[in-house]
Design a protein around this ligand. Structure first.
Ligand code: NDP
Length: 286
C-alpha cells in the first residue's frame, strides 16, 4: 500500500487564490490595500530566504509588503520604537518580527513580540490571540498549525471524532495545533520529550502530527496503518538536503496520507500568512 501524498503546493495555491480574491474585494469595497511589514534584524541567511518568500507571496496577491531590515546591533528599545511606529501606521495591517532575533536581544523576544498590536499580530503569537484561540474565539492563529487544518479540510479529510496525536508542545506549532484540533472535535494527545512509551501512543493516532525538529524520528512502526501523517519538521541534514521529522520513505508504505518534506507543510505556512494579513485588515476596517 502506498499513501496519498499531500503536496503543499496544491493546497497553498487554493489558500492563496482565496486570499487574492479577498484582497481584491477589500480594495474594491473599502479602497484599502492590505499591508504587511516584516522586520528582520541582522543577517541570518535562513531568515533572509523566508522574508524573500513572504515578500514574493505578497506581490503575487496584491498585498503591499515592506521589508524592514535593521542591523545586527539594533537595541531592544530601537526595535520596540520601530514596532510602535508600525502599530500607528494605518497603511500597515500586519506586522511580524522574523525569529530568531540576534543573541544580544534574544532574551527580550517575548517583550518585543508582545509589543505588536494584537490586531496586527499576523503570526498569532500575542497573548491576546493565544487567549482567543484557547477560549474558542480565534482571531489570528499561528500560520503553520492553521495551514495544517486548512489542508485537511481542502483534502476532504475528516477531523471530527478522530484520535489525533501531536509530537511537540511548542507555542508556535504543538500547542496551537492542540486547540485547533480540539475545536474541530478530535480527541487529542500531546507528546513531548518527557513522554513515556511514545510509539505506543503514536500508533493509536488516526491523525499524527510530527513537530519536534528531529530528523526522521518517526519510523514506520510508530504509525497506525492508514493514518494521516502531517510532518511539520524541517531539518537540514546537509547543505542542500532537508528532511522532516518522519522517515518518509518507510512511512509512505504504512500511512493513508502523508505530507512530504520539502514540499509539504512549509508552503502552507506562507499561504496562511497571506490569509492572516487579510483577516487582520478586516479586523482593522471594523
Ligand atoms: P521546538 O524545538 O520549539 O519544540 C520541539 C518540541 O518537540 C518540544 O515540545 C519538545 O519537547 C518535543 N520533542 C523534542 N524531542 C522529542 C522527543 N525525542 N520525543 C518527543 N518529543 C520531543 O520546535 P518547533 O515547534 O518550533 O518546531 C518543530 C519543527 O517544526 C522544527 O523542525 C521546525 O523547523 C519545524 N517548523 C516548521 C514550520 C513550517 O513552516 N513547516 C514552522 C515552524 C516550525 P519538550 O517541550 O519537552 O522540550
Amino acid at each position: 500500500m502506498s499513501a496519498r501524498i499531500l503536496y503543499g503546493k496544491d493546497f497553498a495555491a487554493q489558500i492563496k487564490e482565496s486570499a487574492r480574491r479577498e484582497v481584491e474585494e477589500l480594495k474594491n469595497k473599502f479602497g484599502v490595500t492590505p499591508g504587511l511589514a516584516v522586520i528582520i534584524v541582522g543577517e541570518n541567511p535562513a531568515s533572509q530566504i523566508y522574508v524573500r518568500n513572504k515578500n514574493k507571496a505578497c506581490e503575487e496577491l496584491g498585498i503591499k509588503s515592506e521589508a524592514v531590515a535593521m542591523p545586527e546591533t539594533t537595541t531592544k528599545d530601537e526595535l520596540l520604537k520601530k514596532i510602535d511606529d508600525l502599530n500607528a501606521n494605518p497603511d500597515i495591517h500586519g506586522i511580524l518580527v522574523q525569529l530568531p532575533l540576534p543573541d544580544a536581544i534574544k532574551a527580550h523576544s517575548e517583550e518585543i513580540l508582545n509589543r505588536i498590536d494584537p490586531r496586527k499580530d499576523v503570526d498569532g503569537f500575542h497573548p491576546v490571540n493565544v487567549g482567543k484561540l484557547v477560549t474558542g474565539s480565534p482571531a489570528l492563529v499561528p500560520c503553520t498549525p492553521a495551514g495544517c487544518i486548512e489542508m485537511l479540510d481542502l483534502a476532504g479529510i475528516e477531523i471530527d471524532g478522530k484520535r489525533a496525536v501531536i509530537i511537540g508542545r511548542s507555542n508556535i506549532v504543538g500547542k496551537p495545533m492542540l486547540h485547533l484540533l480540539m475545536a474541530r472535535h478530535a480527541t487529542v494527545t500531546v507528546c513531548h520529550s518527557h513522554t513515556k512509551n511514545l510509539p505506543e501512543i503514536t500508533r493509536q493516532a488516526e491523525i499524527l502530527v510530527a513537530a519536534m525538529g528531529k530528523p526522521k524520528f518517526v519510523t514506520a512502526d510508530m504509525i497506525k496503518p492508514g493514518a494521516v501523517v502531517i510532518d511539520v519538521g524541517i531539518n537540514r541534514i546537509a547543505p542542500k538536503k532537508l528532511v522532516g521529522d518522519v522517515d518518509f520513505d518507510a512511512a509512505v508504505e504504512v500511512a493513508g496520507a502523508i505530507t512530504p518534506v520539502p514540499g509539504g507543510v512549509g508552503l502552507l505556512t506562507v499561504a496562511m500568512l497571506m490569509k492572516n494579513v487579510v483577516t487582520a485588515t478586516k479586523l482593522q476596517i471594523k
